[in-house]
Design a protein around this ligand. Structure first.
Ligand SMILES: Nc1ncnc2c1ncn2[C@@H]1O[C@H](COP(=O)(O)OP(=O)(O)OP(=O)(O)O)[C@@H](O)[C@H]1O
Ligand SMILES: [Mg+2]
Length: 317
């Protein structure tokens, strides 16, 4: 059993053994010491909900760990957790216990394989959706120190532009913004980028187009958004690529097993491996140094949710 006391179903155990042997003690969790600044934090976010963030977070984390990276995944959908579902975990300790002061962050870490650990959240706990600014700050600071020995901290955020989402997105070095080819998802992605750039000064945003049927469809979504963003905001949107729509992923979700380990031959699994292979090229800028000034600016920042951003221009079509 891993440190965070989660049960893994028999299927997930078999499937995860394909990635790496489970070790009893997470090798990187709970390490004390200064933040050395080599770890890169990526927030996975989207304008529209249900576009695939959680599956991307889990399968990207597994694919990165298969390539030798040490990955910590935070389920920042704090009140409606899903990472545990996709991984087939049943957790007794969650981030809710940390916020309630019952556990330290290091005590809820779950070992998925020797290079991949998870911080699971709670489900149906309303107060987690609306953390007080000081609760968020204390969680984030403990998280930074816990994650320091990892190569990558992935943050799976909730749907929409809530205060929690803005906070974790703002805290990350880079945002991996997920869209799909649906017009509603494209419009919401545009609105999200506008808010992130103009209200929260988030600079590094890469677009990942999920559920495409052809590679050209992904490039088209990127071009459409890039054209409008360049024209009205002078923003050049990085393209992180695409993931195929694949029934194998839906089957995997129903079985509560990650698709890259349960169905490594599936088209979408090879898309995840490609994304992981390009990870270092994609996120190249030096990770930000989060010094005392950064934290005090973040604590003062107004993260109040806003109504759907009024689009100054018609949404891209
Ligand atoms: N590449 C894909 N191919 C097929 N189906 C997909 C793919 N990606 C996502 N889905 C479908 O979309 C569903 C929602 O995915 P997921 O829970 O990862 O989205 P999310 O963005 O995290 O949602 P939320 O905003 O509610 O947190 C999956 O259960 C699956 O049915
Ligand atoms: Mg999700």
């Amino acid at each position: 059993m891993a440190r965070g006391e989660c049960d893994k179903g028999p299927r997930i155990q078999a499937s995860l053994r394909a990635v790496g042997q489970e070790s009893r003690t997470p090798p990187y969790a709970g390490v004390e010491g200064p933040v050395v600044g080599v770890m890169r934090t990526i927030a996975i976010a989207s304008g529209k909900g249900g576009v695939g963030k959680t599956n991307i977070a889990v399968n990207l984390a597994l694919s990165l760990s298969q390539r030798g990276k040490r990955v910590l995944l935070l389920d920042a959908d704090l009140g409606l957790a899903n990472v545990d579902i996709v991984l087939g975990l049943t957790c007794r300790k969650t981030l809710h216990d940390v916020v309630a002061g019952k556990e330290r962050l290091a005590d809820v870490v779950v070992n998925i394989n020797e290079r991949f650990q998870v911080l699971p959240a709670s489900s149906g706990v309303l107060e987690m959706e609306r953390l007080a600014p000081e609760q968020r700050m204390s969680l984030a600071q403990e998280l930074r120190s816990l994650a320091a020995p990892y190569d990558v901290l992935l943050i799976d955020t909730a749907a929409g532009m809530t205060e929690n989402v803005m906070f974790f997105t703002r805290m990350a070095d880079d945002v991996l913004l997920v869209a799909t080819p649906e017009p509603t998802a494209i419009t919401d992605t545009y609105a999200m980028i506008k808010v992130l750039r103009t209200r929260h000064d988030v600079q590094s945003i890469a677009l990942l187009v999920n559920q495409v049927v052809t590679a050209a469809q992904g490039a088209e979504v990127h071009q459409t958004l890039n054209r409008v963003l360049q024209q009205f905001f002078g923003i050049q949107l990085t393209y992180a690529g695409y993931l195929f729509r694949d029934g194998a992923l839906q089957h995997a979700v129903r079985e509560r097993r990650p698709v890259v380990t349960s169905r490594p031959q599936a088209l979408v699994s090879s898309s995840f491996r490609t994304l992981a292979a390009h990870f270092d090229q994609l996120f190249r800028s030096p990770p930000r140094t989060l010094d005392a000034d950064f934290w005090s600016a973040l604590s003062r920042e107004n993260l109040t949710p806003i109504d759907r951003a009024p689009l100054s221009q018609p949404p891209p079509s």
